[in-house]
Design a protein around this ligand. Structure first.
Ligand code: MV4
Length: 499
């Protein structure tokens, strides 16, 4: 099958990423955009761009009917969902397939299966993929839960069966806490996921978050593309990722990647997927969940393997065999990704909105910036605050850390407050440099130690002053003019370029 036109059902840096892959493959790309994204990069870069609705995602990027109707009208033969939005929505996938459009991702069956954490755990157990000790069925009575918790030992974690990504979890340290935690988790699960099934796992102390990139084709071939270390996160929002993990030796790598491929096989997976594990200090690892989409941090894997994951996704969706074999792959060097967010680390990570002005992005050998924005782009309250991803490659972990620090120091984003100086502090931290990290690295202790740093306060103050300064400049400049004239984004390139 040949794909002729792909509708990119997303925005920001990932939409840009997919559009670029389409262009390289000679496939037409069609962007959709909301009111807020009239002049966004993805809108400008696609071969065709279609206004899909108002700024709120519910009216635009989450409007299933409108997106599918548009795909048919414009003759798109495939839809790439990016990440977030409809990427893991089984109903959307079914609807796409019903309309004879190719979904660039897994089957709705795999998505549904992995969406139920208890079903996934059952399936993993059957296929000898290690899971965290606990239940594979929802718990129906407090008494049962207390009995099992006693067996596996406190602390335990109650989790929503339909949850994931950290929502609907509660730690229980002793039997007398059980009842109230049980009720509260059930209520939360019902509210968040319209499903109040909850189950139990042993609580793993200070684990690392390690995930394995897998790929399957529609002919049943499977490969892995090694692991990523994603422990540097805050409130379930990843901040820094790397590949490979400096904690993993060849024997552990063999075990965990084999387990990940087994997980993919178990749900007849095709296209790109990620199998998440927790790893304790003894290098025991446990299946956590499978993410049935392309992930934000895929570029670190691209850097160390030389594989273009998005092109591979498109090829597999079109029905081709995997374009490489496991034995073709080896880890080359080390890659690090920093997520650049519009938020203020010195003010409880409050999102920062406004126009991006005075944008200067780093470049040079081994430096890649995946950005959805440019000078004059607006960061609004409607979508997530990710501005871009700064991804670096070098031959060793030590040298890629130096390269990242250098690139971060080149990065100028005026007009709003970003986490760039915060990222510099993490990447230059002694423990981080030694690879001594786990999911609790950015704990209160680390954050408090930053508050004592005069340098950090100063940098944040300067950023704030600079944000205000550029905002004043904006109101006086012709920027507003330029912005308001851009009603037809397709024909705005000359004006943009002369600005
Ligand atoms: C855990 C855990 C400790 N023990 N399960 C959080 C997100 C969801 N995917 C699962 N999560 C966790 N599950 C057991 N049995 C700790 C976490 C966790 C976490 C996991 C990965 C990355 C970041 C995290 C941050 C806090 C808690």
């Amino acid at each position: 099958m040949l794909l002729n036109k792909i509708l990119v059902a997303n925005r920001g840096e990932i939409a840009v990423r997919v559009i670029r892959a389409c262009r390289e493959l000679g496939i037409k790309s069609a962007a959709i955009y909301s009111d807020a994204d009239k002049t966004s990069l993805h809108t400008l870069l696609a071969d065709e761009s279609y206004h899909i609705g108002n700024s709120p995602a519910q009216d635009s990027y989450l409007n299933k009917e409108k997106i599918i109707k548009l795909a048919k009208e414009i003759g798109a033969d495939a839809i790439h969902p990016g990440y977030g939005f409809f990427s893991e929505n089984a109903e959307f996938i079914k609807e796409v397939e019903k309309n004879n459009i190719t979904f660039i991702g897994p089957s709705s069956k795999s998505v549904t299966l992995m969406g139920s954490k208890t079903e996934a755990r059952k399936l993993m157990m059957k296929n000898n993929v290690p899971i965290v000790p606990g239940t594979t069925e929802p718990i129906s009575a407090v008494k049962d839960g207390q009995k099992i918790s006693k067996e596996i030992g406190y602390p335990v974690l109650l989790k929503a069966a339909a949850g994931g990504g950290g929502k609907g979890m509660r730690k229980i340290s002793s039997s007398d806490e059980f009842e109230s935690a049980f009720e509260a988790t059930k209520r939360e699960a019902l509210k968040s996921f319209a499903n109040d099934d909850i189950y139990l796992e042993k609580f793993i102390e200070n684990p690392r978050h390690i995930e394995v990139q897998v790929f399957g084709d529609k002919q049943g071939n499977y490969v892995h593309l090694f692991e990523r270390e994603c422990s540097i996160q805050r409130r379930h929002q990843k901040i820094i990722e790397e590949a490979p993990s400096s904690f993993i030796d060849e024997i552990t790598r063999k075990k965990i990647t084999t387990a990940a491929v087994d997980a993919a096989k178990a749900c007849n997976y095709f296209n790109a997927g990620t199998v998440e594990f927790l790893m304790d200090s003894m290098k025991n690892f446990y299946f956590l969940e499978m993410n049935t989409r392309l992930q934000v941090e895929h570029p670190v894997t691209e850097f160390i393997t030389g594989i273009d994951l998005v092109k591979e996704q498109i090829s597999i969706a079109a029905g081709n065999n995997l374009s490489f074999k496991q034995s073709d792959l080896k880890i080359n060097g080390h890659a690090l990704e920093c997520r650049i967010y519009a938020e203020d680390p010195s003010n409880n990570f409050l999102p920062s909105t406004g126009l991006i002005l005075n944008y200067v992005s780093p470049s040079g050998p081994g430096v890649r910036v995946d950005s959805g924005f440019n000078n004059g782009s607006e960061i609004t309250v409607h979508y997530d605050p990710l501005i871009s991803k700064l991804v670096c490659w070098s031959d060793t972990r030590e040298s890629v850390i130096e390269r990242m620090l250098s690139a971060l120091s080149e990065y100028i984003i005026g007009g709003l407050i970003t986490n760039i100086s915060f990222l510099k502090l993490i990447v230059s931290d002694v423990s981080f440099r030694k690879g001594e990290i786990n999911i609790n690295f950015l704990n209160d202790e680390f954050m408090n130690s930053l508050k004592k740093l005069d340098g950090f306060k100063n940098i944040q103050e300067i950023e704030k002053v600079s944000a205000i300064f550029t905002a004043i400049l904006k109101s006086k400049s012709s920027f507003n003019n330029l912005q308001s004239k851009q009603t037809d984004p397709i024909n705005q390139w000359p004006e943009q370029m002369y600005e």
